[in-house]
Design a protein around this ligand. Structure first.
Ligand SMILES: C[S@@+](CC[C@H](N)C(=O)[O-])C[C@H]1O[C@@H](n2cnc3c(N)ncnc32)[C@H](O)[C@@H]1O
Length: 230
């Protein structure tokens, strides 16, 4: 059991919703219960993800008006960071309270915040984004939903575009443990089956967390097929 009360509460909410056959309803319940206090949201650091910042710095990425999609955007820090780097950003979350909260935190934002479900994305998002970023959402979905979610994630990437994914990782011999559920590297092959090419894969101890967390950081691209860019 976690000694962190906010993480324990998230697990309680997740378990009670899952027991009713609802794998995603607990996110809204958690944000609503937090009542505007980010200290009650286990993943809310109120700063961009440091593993994302490292990757962006290493790749010297600039938006130049290109379109980016932030999946499961939470309180919006990664979306705002991408906007500050010149991307035209759409960011979505399944929890309406999280989306409202982003609007309150960043009233002047250029980011388009939307309520949306990764499992049922807007039709206009198909192959529409140069850059798609997902951190820590797949790992809070049960394995069968992750399997459904990965092709949707891949689908948003336009030919020549990039998907960056950061998640908890585990080895096949490791137990899945409790939510957040670390992913197996083999699960990520669903993204390649969905048409993306793996460009880079890192696994590392993330020492921004205490205790450190074993993470995967993977970059994918959608190949440009002759004739798709006419
Ligand atoms: C663990 S939090 C991570 C939030 C943010 N990416 C971050 O790193 O701070 C997962 C987020 O994904 C959202 N989420 C969960 N399932 C989702 C789905 N099916 N579609 C869109 N968002 C979802 C949750 O509401 C929550 O904000």
């Amino acid at each position: 059991m976690s000694s962190d009360p906010k993480r324990s509460r998230a697990r309680e909410l997740a378990a009670s919703h899952l027991a009713r056959g609802d794998a995603v309803g607990w996110f809204e319940a958690l944000y609503a219960e937090a009542g505007g206090d980010s200290a009650k949201v286990p993943w809310a650091d109120l700063r961009p993800n440091p593993n994302f910042l490292d990757w962006i710095a290493a790749h010297r990425i600039d938006g130049n008006g290109r379109r980016a999609l932030v999946v499961g955007c939470g309180l919006g820090d990664d979306a705002e960071f991408l906007a500050s780097r010149g991307f035209q950003v759409t960011a979505f979350d399944i929890a309406p309270t999280a989306v409202d909260w982003c609007g309150k935190r960043f009233p002047q934002s250029t980011v388009r915040y939307e309520v949306g479900d990764l499992l049922s994305p807007a039709p206009g998002w198909r192959h529409a984004f140069d850059f798609v970023f997902e951190a820590y959402t797949l790992q809070v979905l049960p394995a069968e939903l992750r399997e459904q979610a990965m092709p949707k994630l891949a689908d948003a990437v336009q030919p020549g575009g990039t998907l960056l994914l950061i998640c908890r990782g585990r080895l096949p011999q490791d137990n899945e443990g409790q939510m957040p559920w670390p992913l197996l590297r083999s699960e990520l092959s669903a993204l390649e089956r969905a048409g993306l090419s793996l460009e880079e894969f890192e696994e590392f101890w993330d020492r921004h967390d205490d205790p450190p967390v074993w993470r995967f950081r993977a970059g994918y691209s959608r190949p440009i097929v002759c004739g798709t860019l006419r």
